[in-house]
Structure formats: structure tokens, C-alpha cells
Design a protein around this ligand. Structure first.
Ligand code: ZN
Ligand code: MN
Length: 129
């Protein structure tokens, strides 16, 4: 294994142990422990490559930086507008909204990207004292 593929493997492994959908910055800070000379740019490039290869999923919410998910199977996320956390949401698949959208569209709908937002339990507790 080359140094580059070892770095990439380390990034993939780090992600696979996390359920909080880390940012590139968080990945960088942790991978640096094993590869002190790695740059943030290299981490970004590896995350992009892994995303292209379909080994991880990029979550671009428009709120805060992109996040990364080792779980590439279809599932939904909730964003906390208070602390920026991104959590998995176990809910029924809502693919039928593709049909609803298609009813209003002359072309062809292939899918949808949906994020839910609100306040996480932690922030809600803080708010309520
Ligand atoms: Zn929160
Ligand atoms: Mn997820």
C-alpha cells in the first residue's frame, strides 16, 4: 500500500467509527494523529475521491461546512439550527414525493434531496434550563 492509499484508508476508517457526520476539519484533526504531515487539502481531496468512488457520502446542507457519512445507504438527516449537529433519522422512505413532483414537471424526476431541521435534544434541554 502506498502512503497515499494508507492515508485514504485511515480517513475511511475514521469515518466508519463515527455517527456524527464529521466535517473535513474534524477528519483532518484526527487523521493528523497518524499522519502528522498530512495537509487539510489532502484530506479534502481524499474525501472527494472517496465520495466519487461511492465509498462515503457527502452531506451538503447549505448550513455550515460539508459533512461526511460512511453510511451510503439511503437515509434522512436532521440538522440542528442551534449547534449545527447532523443526526441520522430513522423514518420511512418518502420516495413517493418523486411522483408528486413528477406530476408538476414536464421532464422526469429521478430523486430528491431532503434535510429536516430543528433543534437537537441537547440544545432543547439547554434552552429549557
Ligand atoms: Zn443542537
Ligand atoms: Mn447519516
Amino acid at each position: 500500500m502506498t502512503k497515499y492509499s494508507r492515508q485514504r484508508e485511515c480517513i475511511r476508517e475514521f469515518l466508519s467509527e463515527r455517527y456524527d457526520h464529521p466535517t473535513a476539519e474534524t477528519v483532518y484533526i484526527n487523521v493528523k494523529k497518524d499522519f502528522p504531515n498530512i495537509s487539510l487539502g489532502t484530506v479534502y481531496r481524499n474525501l472527494s475521491l472517496l465520495t466519487e468512488l461511492g465509498e462515503i457520502k457527502k452531506i451538503s446542507t447549505g448550513i455550515g461546512p460539508d459533512r461526511f457519512d460512511w453510511n451510503t445507504s439511503p437515509h434522512y438527516h436532521v440538522l440542528c439550527t442551534e449547534c449545527g449537529s447532523v443526526s441520522d433519522l430513522k423514518m420511512e422512505n418518502i420516495d413517493h414525493i418523486n411522483i408528486l413532483a413528477g406530476n408538476e414537471f414536464e421532464g422526469k424526476i429521478d430523486g430528491h434531496i431532503t434535510y429536516f431541521y430543528g433543534k437537537c435534544q441537547k440544545c432543547l434541554k439547554k434552552e429549557n434550563g
